[in-house]
Design a protein. Structure first.
Length: 114
């Protein structure tokens, strides 16, 4: 272990870094920066959290706009009576009176225990 000479308060005050750190402006600026980053209602941490939320909502908005565009295409198709009938038959297995529907399942589409 090395024995370092003890530094007195007078010698410490003479150091350049100590003069800079104890400068009133530096102290006030440091307190201000710490306050703005951590404690203020508009702090940097809250700002970053809100930015993440905005990005998430923008992605959701983009997805929903794409879904709306797809739905508008489907609505346009369903305005035609033949397309509406086709949709009802394919999606809901609806049928006309005195008509029978057969569902054909292929072996590769069946869920098996293997």
């Amino acid at each position: 272990m090395k024995n370092y000479p003890k530094m007195g308060l007078q010698e410490l005050r003479q150091k350049k870094w100590f003069k800079i750190i104890t400068n009133t402006y530096v102290l006030v600026l440091t307190v201000f920066v710490i306050w703005m980053v951590f404690f203020d209602t508009n702090s940097l941490l809250i700002h970053l959290e809100l930015k993440k939320e905005i990005n998430k909502l923008e992605k959701q908005q983009k997805f929903l706009k794409e879904e709306i565009a797809k739905d508008k295409i489907i609505i346009d198709k369903l305005s035609d009576s033949k397309e509406l009938e086709k949709f009802a038959r394919e999606e809901y297995f609806l049928k006309k009176k005195k008509e029978e529907i057969y569902l054909i399942e292929y072996e590769d589409s069946l869920k098996t225990a293997n």
